[in-house]
Design a protein around this ligand. Sequence first.
Ligand SMILES: Cc1cc2nc3c(=O)[nH]c(=O)nc-3n(C[C@H](O)[C@H](O)[C@H](O)COP(=O)(O)OP(=O)(O)OC[C@H]3O[C@@H](n4cnc5c(N)ncnc54)[C@H](O)[C@@H]3O)c2cc1C
Length: 365
Amino acid sequence: MKDGEKIPREDSLMLRSSSLLNETTGLWPDTTELWLEKHKNTQNTKTKRERSSEAAIVGAMLVSNERKMIHNTHPKEFKGGYEGLITNLMSELPDGLVSYNRPVQCVHWSNTKEEQNSVTVECEDGERIVADHVIVTVPLGYLKRHHSSLFQPPLPLHKLHSIQRLGFGTNNKIFVEFDAPWWDADCDVIQLVWEDEDALVDQVPDVQRSWTKKLFGFTVVQPTERYGHLVCGWIAGHESEHMETLSEQEVMHAVTQLIRRFTGNPSITPRRILRSQWFHDPWTNGSYSHLAMGCSEQDLKNMMEPLPLNESKARSLQVLFAGEATHLCYFSTVHGALLTGWREADRLISHYSSSNPSARPTSKL
Ligand SMILES: Cc1cc2nc3c(=O)[nH]c(=O)nc-3n(C[C@H](O)[C@H](O)[C@H](O)COP(=O)(O)OP(=O)(O)OC[C@H]3O[C@@H](n4cnc5c(N)ncnc54)[C@H](O)[C@@H]3O)c2cc1C
């Protein structure tokens, strides 16, 4: 866009519709139709960028097919967005059951036929918790980096290969607060369009100077009565990881320059900013999973496969796996993570109710 030109606002349907959690259902609005609408005419003239988003489109199509399932099998509603979701889930648990700030160092399971095959969870503070079953929900990014120390014995090779093959990217938010709005009252999304956008590649050539080119826009955080004059910038990829290495002052300066350039108003000055740093967060090492080149559905199936494997003579279902990167179609989402937790709980319930009704858990779950 040229210096001083007005910010385009109408080319923002996809962003406006997909970026906010549905306040009523607590679920991400379905974006399938919007994705397909946006991409339906691009199949014969694919650019590098469009090809790289094919996996996302396939994911979106799967979501469309599965959409009824989530409503039919789990018709529960969570009012109040993410906060409501957590409050609701926690209200079903006995007080004091959840421990916080308790990193797990190693999950000791058994691949052999021993008298008693229980699992021991070794915490960083030295405590050892013995359990019949453990459901592991650490992020894929954490697994990629720590799988060798987190499991004893190590994970089977095919599971390990899937952990390596699946992608785990970085997406960050940069909240920017102002004393007064510089956008119109009815504006939901401000999308930044560069004149040379076609030339944008997976990584901008000069990341240090040009990382803000990957900041693809701002959502206006509403309602104003609650949040004040606040916008949320979105940035993904290597540029996002670079942004994390900068000081808050440097990020604020770069974002201020960007906004001034796009509005043509040199006096716009943010009051303060707050940004996430998911790539450098030691407990996530990124944001959420995606189907990288070379991945298949089998990788997601491998991710959710419990240990030990079926053919083993050891006691089954010692270690189960949940979390967004273990859902076949809702990977990368909160509802995907939620459904995988329910899936593994159902797996244990059916284990005790059908295959082995007399067996009961002997220790803490
Ligand atoms: C910027 C951004 C925007 C997003 N927007 C949306 C959206 O609009 N809609 C949507 O559906 N999804 C969105 N997501 C994705 C969503 O947040 C994730 O898919 C979801 O949180 C994954 O849940 P999870 O339980 O699998 O993993 P997490 O929420 O990452 O939970 C894993 C937990 O494991 C803990 N952990 C790690 N290692 C250890 C250890 N050794 N011991 C003990 N605990 C450990 C971590 O601290 C963490 O609390 C967004 C994500 C980001 C980053």
